[in-house]
Write a protein that binds this ligand. Structure first.
Ligand code: TRP
Length: 901
């Protein structure tokens, strides 16, 4: 209780003191902070709206040694464009004051402060506004003044933030017309901050979209090192997300530094990235622009963030060449009816309290006022100006950025911001007592309200602007994100001109949000073709990208796809394998069906083999005819005529059986091929074997009392032939029934081809057939070899030996050749072996006989056969040299025996 009373007493004393002592006017020197006098542009009214504008550029502070009172903060040159913003506010307030419907009977006044892009000045101005006094003291406001409703400003985010922190303490509504930094959306940190410029997340996304739209995948990023520059982080993320790569990403300090400028210029020069996104405020980037044009860095596309898309440098001729072609994002422009006329009426006589107007006048008309300079800036070149300003100079003759009433983005925002405050005040003004929004349904007093009471109304404001735009704030205090895309052209008058080339509306449905009129764009150097900015040129179809490990994905080599693989699009990351029955074409961008291969009748090799086969078969037929015709001549009769016919027939068949090997393999032909070949050849060799055995038996039967005599005759030979063939036949039947050969498509063994071939199904069976044939051949070879020196001018042993030699050789050569070839050549080798071995048989066994039959008919006699035999015998026969008589007789017997009858 005691402490409560103590507190109450203390409060009373303080309260009384505040009521009675005019604190500011009589403040003792010791109570006062030695703040500098702050001056703004003031117009009185019932309610005051504060405004903070960066009317001047900043200027680097001279370093203070603190040996005397530090100099006041310097501002740079007055900027026409920003001065126009200020007049947007003045214009709106005048308009509202004349408006009978909006806030009738209430006059709005204003207090405007120039922040010069400087945080110090922005805070100072805020305190000035809040205090309402020339000597700003925090946390105090004189009651006698009209209430401060809200503060508009500032432009740059980095100055708006300290303002927002201060105003947040007192809950003064703050509406910024240009500060777009993402961080300002945070309602916890900045509870009383609003803006009518969209937040930068949208702008950043838009910049990334723009970059990707033009196919720039190798991008440089520059940003100022302030809250505003943080937006570049989102640009970066979005570009990377969309598959682009960052060539470099640098931040530069808001304060000019020669070293950093040089570093960044070198970086830009060295980099192969042609597209550079610059996320910065205008004054920060100016030194870089100067250096870029000085060093003539051309051929780059500058992508500008909204803060410098419309830039002061547009009027500077020297930047023209280098920066033309710049493309950037800008806020939607609006229309302020009557503003253009208003601008041409800004005379010093009409605005006597405007502390900037004299400086503006001096700059615009290049003259000097008599009574001294404007207080804010000390222009150094006053001495050079000879003309005196009269205040009557003609504004209509001027044409600078101040008078550009047709491109109003921020000015329009300022204008709407004033209206927003006015509407909020109006809502407060029209509050129904008993239905108010505050505790106990009370309303606020329009002439004496608390800042937080207005904050309530600002938050909930919703009205339609004079040009039909709806105005309200979302839950973060932001408006809808809608942008224009602007491009810097060189006009016919050789000046820079800003042309709208597209729009970006995040409230539009996807796909319609980014609209760009490409034909309207003029790139650096006056080109119409989109400049390229890539790390590696894209890979053509048929190639794939090979990224170097540890390097950005946009830097890669193009490697051709391997055989059988394709890539059908540019910049493929992977090659695709063609399906089994397809193959890559030469360019490797398409899969084409594989060529089908088999030995056909049409192709030269097939046709040639066919011709050989036919002619060989015909020759065999002719030989057969000759034999039939001369069947009664001794040479035919000798040594088993029947066998000779059979052999000839078999040889003919074996020639013909090579025909089954030509042509597309089918189930039947596959089954027929090897077995027909096997059986026919077994027949051939059996015949030969039978012949040889017959020779041997016949010869041995000539010996007196030989028991072999009864074996001589066709019976035995028939048996041999039958048995020899039958075994092969059985082998084949087993093969065909157990696992018959079948046709198959072989896609693997040869690149780019489908080989249609017969799969033997059982290789064992195949080699069995061949092996059996081999055994037969070798047996007959051996037998024939042993019998080769028998008295034989009419027996076949010698020829048979020879033919078997040919036969065996052919097939021995065949095996490696067969195994080492593929596809149709394999078949051709087999056919060739068939033809060669059959031809060997035909030629060795039958041609000598035909020769005698046709050309030496005189030798075709029994006598000659025996006689010739005698001579031969004398010469060569060692075995049977016991006596001529015996010999002659033996020959005679042999001859008769070997005759069929
Ligand atoms: N959007 C900028 C920021 O948040 C401010 C800005 C935009 C600006 N355009 C401007 C500031 C022109 C000065 C001049 O920082």
């Amino acid at each position: 209780l005691y402490s409560y009373w103590m507190k109450m007493i203390l409060y009373r004393i303080v309260f009384q003191l505040m009521q009675t002592v005019p604190l500011f006017d009589t403040a003792q020197p010791g109570c006062r902070l030695p703040a500098l006098k702050t001056k703004g542009y003031i117009r009185d009214g019932d309610i005051i709206i504060g405004g903070i504008f960066p009317v001047h550029f900043s200027e680097a502070l001279p370093e203070s040694s603190f040996t005397k009172l530090p100099e006041s903060i310097h501002c740079g040159e007055l900027q026409y464009r920003y001065y126009r913003w200020l007049h947007g506010m003045v214009f709106a307030i005048e308009e509202i004051n004349q408006n009978r419907k909006l806030l009738p009977n209430i006059t709005l006044g204003f207090r405007i402060y120039d922040s010069c892009f400087l945080v110090q000045r922005a805070t100072e101005g805020t305190i000035w506004l809040v205090t309402g006094h020339e000597e700003p003291i925090p946390n105090y406001r004189c009651q006698k003044q009209s209430p401060l409703a809200a503060i508009l400003g500032d432009g740059p985010s980095h100055t708006s933030i300290p303002i927002a922190r201060l105003l947040g303490i007192y809950s003064y509504p703050q509406i910024s017309y240009a500060s777009s930094a993402v961080s300002l959306s945070d309602k916890n940190e900045f509870p009383s901050f609003f803006r009518n410029i969209p937040s930068d997340d949208f702008q950043a996304m838009g910049l990334a979209r723009l970059v990707m739209y033009f196919g720039w995948t190798w991008v440089g990023l520059l940003a100022e090192d302030t809250d505003y520059g943080q937006g570049i982080q989102i640009v970066k993320e979005e570009i990377v997300k969309a598959g682009g790569c960052i060539a470099f990403s640098e931040k530069f300090p808001a304060v000019f530094s020669k070293k950093v400028v040089n570093y960044i210029i070198q970086l830009i020069k060295r980099s192969s990235a042609n597209a550079i996104v610059v996320f910065t405020n205008e004054p920060t980037f100016l030194p870089y622009m100067g250096e870029i044009s000085k060093q003539n860095i051309s051929g780059k596309v500058w992508i500008s963030s909204e803060a410098w898309t419309i830039s002061f440098v547009l009027s500077q001729k020297e930047y023209l060449e280098i920066l033309s072609g710049t493309i950037g994002i800008m806020n939607r422009k609006g229309v302020i009816p009557g503003f253009q006329e208003y601008l041409y009426s800004v005379y010093p006589s009409k605005f006597p309290t405007d502390i900037f107007i004299k400086e503006f006048w001096e700059k615009a008309f290049d003259c000097k006022w008599l009574e001294g300079n404007s207080d804010l800036t000390a222009s150094n070149d006053t001495t050079t100006k000879s003309k005196l300003c009269t205040g009557e100079e003609k504004l209509n003759e001027l044409n600078n950025a101040f008078f550009d009433g047709s491109n109003l983005q921020y000015t329009y925002n300022v204008y709407t911001a004033v209206y927003t405050v006015a509407h909020a005040l109006h809502d407060m003004y029209t509050c129904n007592p008993g239905w108010g929004p505050f505790v106990n349904r009370t309303c606020a007093d329009i002439l004496d309200f608390e800042p937080w009471q207005l904050l309530y109304y600002v938050k909930n404001v919703h009205f339609t602007n004079s040009d039909g735009m709806e105005v309200f704030f979302d839950k973060n205090g932001n408006p809808l994100p809608v942008y224009d895309i602007l491009n810097w052209h060189i006009s016919s008058k050789n000046t820079l001109e800003i042309v709208k080339v597209g729009s970006l509306d995040f409230s539009a449905p996807k796909g319609q949000d980014l609209i760009i009129n490409e034909s309207a764009i003029m790139w650096n150097g006056g080109h119409t073709q989109i400049p390229r900015s890539v790390c590696s040129e894209s890979c053509l179809p048929g190639y794939r990208k090979a990224v170097h490990p540890g390097q950005p994905i946009c830097c890669f080599d193009c490697v051709p796809c391997s055989i059988g693989e394709i890539s059908n699009e540019t910049d493929a990351t992977e090659c695709l394998k063609c399906p089994d029955d397809h193959w890559s074409n030469e360019k490797q961008d398409k899969c084409i069906p594989k060529t089908i291969e088999f030995l056909s009748f049409e192709e030269p090799m097939g046709a040639a083999l066919l011709a050989i086969t036919i002619s060989c078969a015909s020759i065999t037929a002719i030989v057969l005819c000759i034999f039939v015709k001369y069947r009664d001549t001794p040479i035919v009769k000798a040594n088993n005529r029947e066998l000779s016919y059979l052999l000839l027939l078999a040889i003919m068949l074996s020639f013909l059986c090579s025909l089954i090997f030509i042509g597309e393999p089918r189930t039947e032909t596959c089954m027929l091929r090897q077995s027909a070949f096997g059986i026919i050849f077994a027949l051939c060799v059996s015949c030969v074997l039978a012949k040889t055995i017959m020779v041997v038996i016949a010869f041995n039967a000539t010996k007196p009392n030989s028991k072999l005599k009864k074996w001589v005759g066709p019976k035995l030979s028939r048996c041999i032939v039958l048995a020899g063939t039958l075994i092969q036949f059985i082998i084949c039947i087993v093969w065909l029934t157990s696992s018959p050969p079948f046709p198959e498509q072989n896609m693997k063994s040869q690149t780019g081809m489908i080989i249609i071939q017969c799969n033997e199904a059982s290789t064992i069976a195949f080699w069995f057939v061949l092996g059996y044939m081999g055994i037969l051949a070798i047996v007959s070879f051996i037998v024939a070899f042993l019998a080769r020196n028998l008295p034989d001018s009419f027996n076949d042993a010698k020829f048979i030996t020879f033919s078997m030699l040919v036969f065996v050789t052919v097939w021995l050569v065949f095996i490696p050749a067969y195994l080492s070839t593929r596809g149709k050549y394999m078949v051709a080798v087999e056919i060739f072996a068939i033809l060669a071995s059959s031809a060997g048989l035909l030629a060795c066994i039958f041609f000598p006989k035909c020769y005698i039959i046709l050309l030496r008919p005189e030798e075709n006699t029994k006598e000659h056969l025996i006689g010739k035999n005698k001579i031969d015998h004398r010469k060569k026969l060692l075995l049977l040299s016991s006596g001529e008589k015996h010999e002659e007789m033996m020959s005679e017997t042999f001859y008769t025996l070997s005759m069929e009858e």
